[in-house]
Design a protein around this ligand. Structure first.
Ligand code: ADP
Length: 384
């Protein structure tokens, strides 16, 4: 009763305090709303800028947020975004969505319109109850393609290594068992020797390719004078050319490019080596080097057997050969042109090939002008 009697006098001060608190609360709520909105904006611009696809849904499977990357990967229409499960017709997607809405996290690969993406669907469980589902999509097309290529390359390598080894072992076995007629030993030993050489050439080329694949050759970059490289190639190939009855000529002018010398040698050597190998007695090979506004141009032209048009698309592939037995008989590995292509890409150079069966083949490698123009040792700055 005493308190009630006192009350009227304290009504106003108490109300003041209360209304001050209400005002403060209102202000806090306003600030929180502001912050929430800012966070929401931040989240939206973050997911909009992501190259990964992102989709959020509530516990009932209604899509609440998404970004454009997800729509593109799923081949979905942004206007029709409603349900998580129906967002995409792909069965894997639907299964993942159903699992996540049942509280299970899972991931899988989707293949849509020739592209491949990995989807991870994560249920968001709060206090033991499903609050929503998030899906993350990553385009792995390139990764999958590389993996497939690697698998194919490994199986090709094993096969290519096995062939000479089988011959070596077979010959050695015949000799060990005394099954080689006297006088024939040399022929058998020669085969062993040649097949071992082929094996070494193959391993060298495989190692070269894997070094190229790994990258990391940038530190060997510098200014390289290509005419001297061409001369070295010609000197190295002259004995083989003479043996094959092929004339080898070199023409042009000194030209400096920015690059890795061993690779430039390798490229020109492989091209000139092919030009000699796939030639005919009395034929010729010309290597020439020119500077032009388009850059430094190396041309290796031959009057050899040429390449039938239906093979032109594929000869730069690893282990692809028009005539396998001819290539093998000439000591080819089937990797020469793929090394050329790879090394050219590393130098920003373009390779083009013209060929007519029975007439000859001409391969042009064009190095970009900025590297060709650099003759003062600053070339490393251009592309490093
Ligand atoms: P290889 O070690 O078999 O020579 P490459 O990758 O260097 O492997 O070449 C692939 C194939 O392209 C060769 O097997 C050959 O059939 C064809 N080829 C390459 N260069 C020439 C050329 N100058 N003339 C005719 N055919 C060629």
């Amino acid at each position: 009763a005493a308190a009630a009697a006192d009350a009227p006098e304290r009504v106003f001060p108490e109300l003041d305090a209360l209304s001050a608190r209400v005002r403060r609360q209102n202000q806090l709520i306003g600030e929180s709303m502001e912050e929430l909105r800012a966070r929401q904006d931040e989240f939206q611009s973050l997911i909009a800028g992501m190259s990964e696809g992102f989709v959020l849904a509530d516990a009932d499977g209604r899509v609440t947020s998404w970004n454009n990357a997800a729509m593109v990967m799923l081949g979905a229409e942004a206007g029709g975004v409603l349900g998580l499960e129906t967002l995409c017709g792909d069965e894997t997607w639907r299964k993942l969505a159903r699992s996540a809405l049942a509280g299970r996290q899972d991931s899988g690969l989707l293949e849509i319109a020739g592209r491949c993406c990995r989807v991870t669907m994560v249920p968001n469980v709060r206090a033991g109850r499903l609050a929503g589902v998030g899906a993350l999509l990553i385009d792995v097309t390139e990764h999958e393609r590389r993996e497939a290529m690697r698998r194919e390359f490994s199986s090709n390598v094993s096969h290519e290594l096995k062939t000479p080894l089988t011959t070596i072992r077979g010959n050695a076995e015949l000799m060990l068992n005394g099954l080689v007629a006297p006088g024939d030993e040399e022929r058998f030993l020669r085969t062993v020797y040649e097949e071992a050489g082929r094996l070494l050439a193959l391993i060298d080329d495989i190692l070269r390719l894997s070094r190229l694949d790994e990258g990391g050759m940038e530190k060997e970059r510098g200014s390289v004078e290509l005419y001297a490289v061409c001369e070295e190639v010609a000197d190295r190939l002259r004995p083989a050319a003479e043996k094959a009855g092929v004339t080898l000529t070199l023409s042009g002018e000194p030209a400096v490019v920015d690059g890795v010398r061993v690779l430039l040698f390798e490229m020109i050597y492989n091209l000139a080596d092919n030009a000699v190998k796939y030639n005919r007695p009395g034929g010729s090979v010309s290597v020439s080097l020119h500077k032009s506004p388009e850059g430094v141009l190396v041309t290796v032209a031959d009057t050899g057997i040429g390449i039938p048009p239906e093979h032109l698309d594929r000869i730069f592939e690893r282990f692809y050969r028009v005539d396998k037995s001819r290539s093998r008989a000439l000591g080819g590995t089937g990797l020469g042109l793929s090394i050329v292509k790879h090394a050219a890409a590393l130098h920003g150079a373009e390779v083009s090939l013209d060929s007519r069966p029975g007439v000859g083949t001409s391969v042009r490698v064009c190095f970009p002008p900025e590297s060709g123009a650099a003759t003062d040792g600053r070339a490393g700055e251009v592309q490093a």
